[in-house]
Design a protein around this ligand. Structure first.
Ligand code: MLC
Ligand code: AMP
Length: 496
């Protein structure tokens, strides 16, 4: 019996004593230890009645059991659904209602609220920041072997929610083949091997930290220094004995802001990868000047996994995201028709990496995924004569702050619902640490609602990183002759 992802990522290492994970407290786990923990957690899921295709929703801190639970979900044939720990209870309620999970893993403080939302057949398990809770406790008592549930390449392995320009989050359905094919391409291209040691400081509820970082490490049998959160002191301490770092641009601007980052410190490193948001050319250049390393920038999306990468051997050009990954086609189009080299168009992508559609949203899927298999990314780009892609803008109204995607529409909907608010426009402005940050311009009805009162009503509804840093009360929003709000005017008139 086969299980596409489990057989490729976990089973081959089941008897390996080689170190896999090193945790913040200094504990190390071999690949064999990890496989045993995955099996124990798989028993917990199985005993909760999880069957192939059932969703396992996880809002938990970045811990050994959280990443082992990903493996356990794969081993039981379930669909892993990780969520940002910053999401509020009202955001969490939406995901539970939409995905209908069989198991929810959350902090004990959310348990009662989660229970009030879930269907009766859902099992709720807890996991707190110290690794304590019913999930771990139950797992400790289980057998360290589990009979893997068969799953094929087309079966779903994960459901990752991504907000949309219409305001409602959409669950991107990712199959075993989507994830494995991308991990294989990246591992080959970046020459990841059992000799590598990756500094892992990204969250594991998004594509970058979960799939790009963990799937490639598992596939290659590489070591992972698994950090609970981004911590500049820890990263500086780990650089001398590591070989790879994967980060969002904020990682690199923060490292550059630290005088301890020197050529000597990174003498053992062989690869720095950046993605999830645009890396400024000046960051790329400053990093090379300081360390001698040219950061390798790649481009991806939740729906498509990784799409392009700068070459490992060859020119890593600042301000470009490189070439289509092997097995992935990238076109730059005008309404689906490829434009000439050097012309701006919509980036579209096709390949085994492209998702299966949005969970229970066939009309949204049809809008973004063409019958030909090409996915319309919403990013605007240019392709050079030799196929190198540069991203030049976004057609979608999206703010990327520290690598987190923030859709203005979602925030505008919450602000517009407040009594006394007529309308609002949420937009991004440049920010030195996060790349972009969020501001809101608000028009009131005939009332004297204050900016503070608006902030107080937004806060419980949306995760902290989405909160506008400032609310500007204004008489009217700037509009063009078609009546469309001109966010470029708002961006030009305001700074963080
Ligand atoms: C934290 N805060 C943010 C923020 N991160 N605000 C805006 N944008 C962000 N990204 C706020 C917190 O709410 C808090 O607010 C304060 O900053 C400090 O929180 P923190 O947790 O201590 O922050 P820090 O550890 O410094 O986090 C910054 C960060 C983190 C850059 C390390 O945001 C991060 O890990 N980003 C990576 C996101 C990621 O993995 N993206 C990949 C998506 S996949 P206050 O006010 O309470 O103090 C994808 C596809 C692809 O895009 O191509 O990869
Ligand atoms: P997400 O929906 O969280 O998966 O974010 C995907 C979006 O992040 C893409 O559509 C791009 O807009 C953006 N993105 C990812 N990588 C890069 C990059 N290297 N440069 C610019 N934008 C990027």
């Amino acid at each position: 019996m086969t299980n596409t992802l489990y057989d490729a990522l976990i089973a081959p290492h089941a008897k390996s004593d080689a170190t896999f994970l090193t945790l913040d407290d200094g504990r190390t786990l071999s690949f064999a230890d990890f496989t045993c923990r995955v099996a124990q957690l798989a028993h917990v899921l199985h005993d909760a009645g999880v069957l192939a295709g059932d969703r396992v929703l996880v809002q938990a801190p970045k811990l050994l059991d959280t990443i082992a639970l990903y493996g356990a979900a794969v081993q039981t044939g379930a669909v892993y659904l990780p969520l940002n720990t910053a999401y509020t209870q009202s955001e969490l309620a939406y995901f539970i209602e939409d995905a209908g999970p069989k198991v929810v893993v959350c902090d004990a403080s959310s348990q009662a609220e989660v229970a009030s939302i879930c269907a009766d057949a859902t099992t709720i398990l807890t996991l707190d920041a110290k690794g304590q809770g019913t999930l771990s406790k139950q797992a400790d008592a289980k057998s360290k072997t589990f009979e893997t549930v068969p799953r094929g390449p087309e079966d779903l392995a994960a459901l990752l929610y991504t907000s949309g320009t219409t305001g409602r989050s959409k669950g991107a359905m990712l199959s075993h083949k989507n994830l494995l094919s991308n991990a294989q391409s990246l591992t080959d291209l970046w020459q990841i091997s059992a000799d590598d040691r990756l500094i892992h400081a990204l969250p594991i509820f998004h594509t970058h930290g979960l799939f790009v970082a963990m799937n490639t490490s598992l596939l290659a049998g590489a070591q992972v220094r698994f950090m609970t959160a981004f911590d500049i002191d820890m990263i500086i301490a780990e650089l001398p004995q590591s070989t790879m770092l994967m980060g969002v641009p904020t990682f690199y601007t923060r490292l550059l802001g630290d005088a301890r980052l020197t050529r000597d410190l990174v003498a053992n490193m062989r690869l720095f990868v950046s993605g999830s948001a645009p890396l400024l050319a000046e960051t790329h250049t400053a990093f090379e000047d300081r360390t001698g390393h040219r950061i390798l920038e790649r481009y991806g999306m939740t729906e498509t996994n990784m799409i392009t990468s700068n070459p490992f051997d060859g020119d890593r050009i600042a301000g470009t995201v490189g070439y289509a990954l092997p097995g992935t086609e990238v076109e730059v189009t005008d309404n689906g028709t490829p434009v000439a080299a050097g012309e701006i168009g919509m980036i579209e992508v096709r390949g085994d990496n492209v998702f299966q559609g949005y969970w229970q949203m066939p009309e949204k899927t049809a809008e973004e995924l063409r019958d030909t298999g090409f996915f319309i990314t919403g990013d605007l780009g240019v392709k050079s004569e030799d196929g190198r892609i540069s991203i030049v803008g976004r057609e979608k109204d999206l703010i990327i702050s520290g690598g987190y995607n923030i859709y203005p529409k979602e925030i505008e909907d919450v602000i517009n619902d407040i009594d006394g608010v007529l309308e609002s426009a949420v937009f991004g402005v440049p920010h030195p640490d996060f790349g972009e940050s969020v501001l809101a311009s608000v028009v009131l009805e005939n009332t004297d609602v204050t900016a503070d009162a608006i902030a107080a009503q937004v806060e419980p509804k949306l995760a902290r990183f989405k909160h506008p840093r400032r609310y500007m009360i204004t008489d009217a929003l700037p509009r063009n002759t078609m009546g469309k709000v001109q966010k470029n005017v708002l961006r030009a008139e305001n700074t963080d």
